[in-house]
Design a binder for this molecule. Structure first.
Ligand code: PEP
Length: 250
């Protein structure tokens, strides 16, 4: 089964709108005409209009880093799917480990967000992954099973066609440590198995599962060579246009 890879950038809390424009000025020529993979950049909310404008007409899609599941209301600080769509986003990251670690994101809120993102027609990138203590205690499989089971709860295969999952071992995020291609592959196969249980084998075969965790120009090729790895979610190395372009073109 061949799946078009998705190479996605997560800028986290970096860059102003001016810096976002500068990034695209340098990045777009480097990836012009690159259609082997899909490319998406997820900047902070305040940079979204600048990023959408800068990337207009290019092969780069823009996404949010989070969202809320209600459409509007007294939810200070939150952004809805309708708002993301209104500024031109097509993608949204859900359940990033930093949201889980610092902002109370749970498997249940991930599920609510995923349902809302799919209903809105956005492409959700749902992040799962174990922390170091869980890996050392041999709990990785249990954690990934639980995160998938709860994230996918009460969502039909028909509705989940745009779903993308990112396997991001938390111990590899921003640490310079990368999962070996084989270790990532094993986790991806397990996630695909959970997707098959939830949505059916056909959708699971088409599901793109990205790897995230210290992806760099130097290790991208080996990771992307794995049959089970359908792209990358890149944090730190996506902030520099040359480095992210090198990863995209691994
Ligand atoms: C991330 O933020 O999703 C990530 C994988 O970060 P980094 O590439 O910096 O490890």
């Amino acid at each position: 089964m061949s799946r078009k890879k998705l190479m996605a950038a997560n800028w986290k809390m970096f860059k102003t709108p001016d810096q976002a424009r500068e990034f695209f000025r340098d990045f777009l020529p480097l990836v012009a005409g690159h259609d082997r993979d899909e490319i998406a950049v997820c900047p902070p909310f305040v940079c979204l209009p600048a990023a959408v404008e800068a990337a207009k007409g290019s092969n780069v899609a823009i996404g949010g880093q989070d969202m809320f599941w209600e459409q509007e209301g007294a939810f200070t600080g939150e952004v809805s799917t309708g708002m993301l769509l209104a500024v031109g986003c097509t993608h949204v990251i859900i359940g990033h480990s930093e949201r889980r670690q610092y902002f109370g994101e749970s498997d249940d809120t991930v599920n609510l967000k995923l349902k809302a993102a799919l209903a809105a027609g956005l492409t959700p990138i749902v992040c799962v992954g174990e922390v170091l203590e869980e890996r050392e205690a041999n709990l990785t499989e249990d954690v990934l099973r639980r995160q998938c089971l709860r994230a996918f709860h009460a969502i039909s295969g028909k509705k989940a066609t745009k779903l993308v999952v990112a396997y991001e071992p938390v111990w590899a995020i921003g640490t310079g440590k990368t999962a070996t291609p084989q270790l990532a592959s094993e986790a991806h196969a397990l996630i695909r198995g959970e997707a098959a249980k939830a949505f059916g084998q056909e959708l699971a075969d088409k599901l793109r599962i990205l790897y995230g965790g210290s992806v760099k120009p130097e290790n991208a090729k080996a990771l992307m060579a794995e049959e089970e790895i359908d792209g990358a979610l890149v944090g730190g190395a996506s902030l520099d246009p040359r480095s992210f372009a090198a990863i995209v073109k691994y």
